[in-house]
Design a protein around this ligand. Sequence first.
Ligand code: B12
Ligand code: SF4
Length: 469
Amino acid sequence: MCSGWPPPSGAGGLTYLMKVKMILPSLDEAKSPYWRPIKYSLFPPLGLATLAGYFSDSDEVELQDQHVEKLNLLDTPDLVCIQVYVTNAYRAYAIADDYRRRGVYVAMGGLHVTSLPDEAAQHADTILLGPGEEAFPRFVEDFRNGHPLKRYIARWRSIENIPPVRRDLIKRSKYFVPNSLVVSRGCPHHCDFCYKDAFYGEGKSFYTTRVDAALEEINGLPGRHLYFLDDHLLGSRKFAEQLFDGMKGMNRVFQCAATVQSILEGDLIEKACEAGLRSVFVGFETFSPENLRASNKCQNLQRNYSEAVRRLHSLGIMINGSFVFGLDNDDKDVFRRTVDWGIENAITTSTYHILTPYPGTRQFRRMEEEGRILTYDWSKYDTRTVVYKTRGLTAAQLKEGYDWAYREFYSWSNIFRACTHDQTLQQRLSHLLYTGGWKKFEPVWGFLVRTGALNRTLPLLEQLLSHTR
Ligand code: B12
Ligand code: SF4
């Protein structure tokens, strides 16, 4: 494979200004019937926009996201940077191969590159492992000076004092939720199936930005709505308390993710609510203590899920519950049990996943040792395909049960039933609009995405979230 180094003109001097293209390829199944334009037009590529902050003002940087736009792949920038997740890996590799064939230098990073560096290295001139905040600027400097390495590994981890996210590169109008942000990295827990330990390895795997920097970033975002993409926004009590105190009076409404434990303990969730929290993603995952223990998801053990839900409802916070099917102690009743519980507890939206052993995780290693991995085709690691030898259920039961759970939970009759379990009329109405709007009007979303009008509907979401209590 021909590598694009050195770049054609002027490289090797500090004054060299670069043309850079940053790409987030879309997942392989973009053309499949599962492709939901709204789901993939939710959030802009924050990771790349963060790394773009390390280029100089006079470098020409372009950010393209294949989820929302057609990529221009005929250009010849000095440097192409590609972000690789498990499901977009093949597409990322094909794009990289094509650029390299034409002599363009390609750097790749992200979760999948970190999990499988040797695989990714076959398609890149440079790979970067782990979070980019230390290694990426080092690479950019080396590249500018004419001697980039083949591989960079983050030496330290911190997001304090990093340059501002290059939001000017984000095509805001193409996203439903352009105000997404992350004020921490990682999570304090260590679930076996999670990407987290695979990505952060032995080093620090949970850290936050400075509270004043987070508040400054929030202040700079237009409109009212925010979506924190942090794995666990309530993961550090001290940080979260100060953040929520600072957000009080900002008149924001926001969504984030948190654990059952953090919702039940202390009064952090009340503080989040006062700061504007109106909808939370909660990883319930499974009701089985054996499954929790086997997955090292100990923070959920002996927690009363229904109590956590009651607490959220009493604060007027909507709930997106996340559930995994296919853990070894699941039986064929798991689907019915999980769906019924969601309806009876007035869960607003449920996200179901078929257990997926991401490469690099402890779960993947264990399954590989046991000879249970059925395919190494990463495009199938999309959490809706069975890629391993199941135990308590057959693969067919698992797939059928998963499809059934989605159909059943989101049937109109069950959406109405779930709303009747809400505490107030206001909550019932918000629940109905939110769940119905998210899952039942696909053609409308498709139309809004196609006509570029998606972002104009954000005020409706803001209104809805403002009236959940
Ligand atoms: C937002 C999000 C989405 C969004 C959009 C993604 C986007 N626009 O970036 C949507 C809803 C589309 C989505 C969909 C899916 N997602 Co998703 N998603 C996320 C989420 C919650 C946040 C991503 C984010 O913005 N992080 C914050 C930024 C700052 O971090 P970052 O992107 O990782 O970037 C840093 C580093 O990775 C590195 N880096 C990144 N890119 C590059 C490139 C270079 C060149 C370099 C040097 C470094 C580098 O430096 C950056 C700064 O530190 C993550 C969870 C997470 N915590 O990451 C899951 C996550 C990435 N998703 C995941 C999955 C599995 C999916 C789905 C398959 C799930 C499904 N059933 O639908 C789909 C398919 C996605 C696809 N395109 O292939 C997994 C990926 C597992 C893996 N090993 O790859 C994650 C980790 C969730 C999880 N816990 O399992 N997702
Ligand atoms: S609590 Fe969530 S983010 Fe944290 S390790 Fe477990 S699955 Fe991952």
